[in-house]
Design a protein around this ligand. Structure first.
Ligand SMILES: C[S@@+](CC[C@H](N)C(=O)[O-])C[C@H]1O[C@@H](n2cnc3c(N)ncnc32)[C@H](O)[C@@H]1O
Length: 367
């Protein structure tokens, strides 16, 4: 059985130094053997890292409350199908938490709900199918937005399109600043014996300064080897989602940076990290296919992609603020009843600045 390391080694042997984005794509998504293809339990306690979803059911329940508000008051009329589209659904747990809450608390809306999962991997579709068995009549799968468009006969989809920790799991290109030569260079991956090592890509044909949003003043003082990542995969995904959306909301929750954080002195070596058994590491090229790789989302770039596609930015803030505001509205009509210790602990984890409250950002755009 082939491993991602075998596939990467073969590409390096055939093509020379491999762009890091390709390394990341194969390590995480190589069919049948990439990190996200083989292990359903890599998110959560038994895996390598926690997400808001693995903290417990509360995250999905708060989102369900928010989605019901949007669908009932802004997005769909009382009689039409109410659509929620999730991407990056992994094992389907978040979908299940949302559907259970809507079924128990918004029966009229639930009766006209269609929950769509956009999932390119056949294997992950099987995991999601198992988790969502009891909701089978309400859930549909599409492998990508092209197929969503075919199903809607190219008319736009009214509803909510959202993802949690999807964009920060997409492949990134990694660039370093060569201060002596006043040039950006791109990091790639090569081999030294059995090991993968960092290697500079051959000089690019075009000046990378046009691709990387650093001003001339900043470049004059940027330290040697300052590292940044750019993800055209994330930007393209957002652009495509925005293109499919009719009336409604496009929303993501991810680790990410605001405009004034893109070139911070505290991130000299960028934001790319590996997660292996709940430990963050800078050893990105180790444990290929067995550890998660993630980089912070460049929110200004995503935001611009949506605005260029005609969307209006409604909201960009820390997850703590977003969830606290939902809870405050829900409390007015007692939508969550009495809380036990577990709910309180979950809310603290989701909103505490040292846990998931500050580094996670929420972007909501609408049309
Ligand atoms: C970090 S996990 C997050 C899982 C889940 N949303 C959560 O919050 O626990 C990222 C998930 O996005 C999936 N993914 C990556 N690229 C995707 C794409 N283009 N479309 C849909 N899912 C994708 C990965 O396979 C993985 O299941």
């Amino acid at each position: 059985m082939k491993t991602p390391a075998d596939l990467i080694r073969r590409e390096i042997t055939e093509r020379g130094v491999l762009p890091f984005a390709r390394f990341m794509e194969l390590a995480l998504y190589a069919p049948d053997c990439g990190y996200y293809e083989t292990e359903k339990n890599n998110v959560g306690k038994r895996g390598d890292f926690y997400t808001s979803v693995s903290v417990g059911n509360l995250f999905g329940e708060l989102l369900a409350f928010q989605f019901a508000e949007w669908l009932e008051t802004e997005v769909s009329s009382q009689k039409s199908v109410a659509r929620i589209v999730e991407a990056g659904a992994h094992d389907g747990k978040l979908a299940k938490d949302i559907l259970i809450w809507l079924q128990s608390n918004r029966s009229e809306l639930f009766a006209r709900l269609e929950y769509i999962i956009v999932e390119p991997s056949a294997r992950r579709q099987v995991w999601q199918n198992e988790t969502l068995k009891e909701f089978a009549p309400y859930v549909r799968w599409f492998s990508d937005f092209e197929n969503v468009k075919i199903a809607t006969q190219n008319s736009k989809l009214d509803g909510i399109i959202f993802s949690n920790e999807l964009l920060d799991a997409m492949p990134v290109r990694r660039f370093g600043w060569d201060a002596a030569n006043k040039k950006w260079f791109e990091w790639g991956v090569s081999i030294d014996g059995e090991k993968f090592i960092w290697a500079r890509m051959p000089n690019p044909n075009r000046d990378l300064r046009f691709a990387i949003p650093a001003s001339a003043e900043l470049l004059a003082v940027l330290p040697d080897n300052y590292t940044v990542e750019l993800s055209s995969a994330a930007k393209n995904w957002w652009r495509e989602a925005a293109g499919v959306l009719g009336n409604g909301k496009l929303m993501t929750m991810d680790y990410g940076l605001a405009a004034d954080e893109l070139f911070s002195p505290v991130r000299l070596r960028g934001t790319l990290r590996a997660y292996f058994h709940h430990r963050a590491s800078d050893d990105i090229l180790a444990n290929v296919g067995e550890q998660d790789l993630t980089a912070h989302v460049n929110f200004p770039s995503i935001r611009k992609a949506g605005e260029d596609a005609g969307l209006i930015t409604e909201y960009f803030c820390a997850q703590a603020k977003f969830l606290t505001e939902i809870l405050a509205r829900a409390a007015k009509n007692n939508s969550f009843g009495a809380w036990d210790g577990s709910d309180t602990r979950q809310f603290q984890t989701l909103t505490h600045p040292e846990h998931l409250g500050r580094a996670f950002r929420v972007l909501v755009q609408s049309r």
